[in-house]
Design a protein around this ligand. Structure first.
Ligand code: ARG
Length: 461
């Protein structure tokens, strides 16, 4: 055991510290299910190639079924058994059950094509689960948008009030982002879903393996095309991490906005107690920890891409042991992303919006100034001049401590003689919003139709 799967070549046992740096069972135990499924498919492939007979295949499949049962009952069962990695554990357990036949299974296979296959299977499964989680997160944002369809709030640029928007419009912006994230994950999945098994250590296998059938057996779309590439490639992990990273960035921005909005300074929303914590010292505190951690975990997800890209950048073809460092970042990133995605619905469901305060803020900050400029344009003033005149009116309004809609008409006319009595109608919040009825705009009708479209698309109606 001290030499694991390759006893013959060595006279001395491995140094304990070598074992510590080399062994991967502590983390690749998470590939157990995939390793067992890949081994069963390989058993069928070498049976088709005439390496083992039907009786041997049946015994292997049944023993592998036992192992699958052990893992189903306790996924961490192999941990602490002292094996080098999950592949060694599976082989040792097979040998314990079917004797020498267990040692035949590795015919024509290498741990290099084996681990690449396991990891692709794992990645595929993780992407599929993430895609489901993205959908659930999107639905919770769409429900929030439905609930707050009548809520106006300030829209910002530079974190300065810009123009009013509907809170629903804001929520649907994140639904759009998550949709692109789902597309990127699904696109990565297309290249993840290729089967390296049959590539051997690096040069291909010498047995008559039907790699098309093998790929199909494991649910892959196709076999990989080049054995060196197949065992040396981890860009399928990189692009999964890149898609995960972009998703995490979006969730982090969402979290940051809500962290701001639930501060006393904004006070647009209150979070449900169930996603907040208190302070050990300051009794009044209710901290948005869940959201801060969504923002915080984004760093780990992005870091895992950097970690793996750095690991890969200097590697000659094909397999190098450095590549064992692909797993922990991948597992960590996908686990972190999963948590972030799953907390979004909890936050959205419990979010209490202070509608009056949002509306009040939407009216403030001269966020209808663009409207006044547009009004002047409607009176034939060129936009640049209208912009300039409105800027001067805003300055005057600040001096007088008034909102634009509260300005005496004479004051307005003194700067822009084209202004008439009808200007008031242009400056109301409802007018400002409803004039943006363009496709993708924040007018209630435009938002309602995009909301309805998302509800249909996400199967909510
Ligand atoms: N634990 C190894 C990994 O994760 C498995 C492959 C080992 N291959 C080898 N040639 N030593 O990469």
């Amino acid at each position: 055991m001290a030499r694991g799967l390759a006893q013959g070549r060595f006279e001395k046992d491995a140094d304990p510290l070598f074992r510590e740096i080399n062994d991967s069972l502590a983390f690749d135990v998470r590939l157990a299910t995939q390793d067992i499924a890949g081994s069963a498919a390989w058993a069928r492939a070498i049976h088709r190639a005439g390496v083992i007979d039907a009786g041997e295949l049946a015994r292997l499949e049944s023993a592998l079924g036992d192992l699958a049962g052990i893992i189903a009952r306790d996924p961490s069962a192999p941990g602490g058994t002292g094996h080098e990695d999950i592949h060694s554990w599976v082989e040792a357990e097979l040998v314990a059950r079917v004797g020498a036949l267990g040692k035949k299974l590795h015919t024509g296979r290498s741990r290099n094509d084996q681990v690449a296959t396991d990891l692709r299977l794992w990645c595929r499964g993780a992407i599929d689960v993430r895609l489901g989680e993205v959908r659930v997160a999107q639905r919770s944002l769409v429900s929030l948008a439905r609930r707050e369809l009548a809520t106006a709030m300030p829209g910002y640029t530079h974190l300065q009030r810009g123009q009013p928007v509907l809170l629903s419009h804001w929520a649907l912006a994140y639904v759009e982002m998550l949709e692109r994230d789902a597309e990127r994950l699904a696109d990565a999945r297309r290249r993840v879903n290729r089967c390296p098994l049959g590539s051997g250590a690096l040069a291909g296998t010498a047995y008559a393996i039907d790699r098309e059938a093998l790929a199909k057996d494991l649910g892959f779309d196709a076999p990989t095309a080049n054995s060196l590439d197949a065992v040396g490639d981890r860009d399928f992990v990189l692009e999964t991490l890149a898609a995960a990273g972009t998703t995490a960035v979006h969730l982090s921005r969402f979290a940051e906005e809500l962290v701001l909005w639930c501060s006393s300074e904004f006070a647009f929303v209150a979070l449900d107690d169930s996603v907040t914590s208190g302070s050990s010292l300051m009794p009044q505190k209710k901290n948005p920890d869940a959201l801060e951690l969504v923002r915080g975990k984004c760093g780990r997800v992005l870091g895992s891409w950097v970690s793996l890209a750095t690991t890969l950048k200097g590697l000659p073809l094909a397999y190098n042991k450095d590549m064992q460092e692909d797993k922990e970042p991948l597992f960590d990133a996908m686990g972190s992303l999963s948590l972030c995605l799953r907390i979004v619905p909890r936050v959205c469901e419990g979010l209490r919006v202070d509608r009056a305060r949002c509306r009040e803020a939407a009216l403030g900050g001269y966020s209808n100034a663009t409207e006044l400029a547009d009004y002047l344009v409607s009176k034939g003033v060129p936009f640049r001049d209208a912009h300039d005149a409105t800027g001067r009116i805003v300055r005057r309004a600040i001096e007088l401590g008034r909102r634009l809609e509260e300005m005496p008409i004479d004051e307005l006319r003194a700067v822009a003689p084209a202004i008439g009595e009808d200007v008031g109608g242009w400056l109301t919040l409802d007018s400002v919003l409803s004039r943006r009825e363009v496709l993708g705009g924040t007018a209630p009708r435009a938002v309602a139709s995009s909301l309805a479209a998302w509800e249909r698309r996400l199967g909510m109606v």
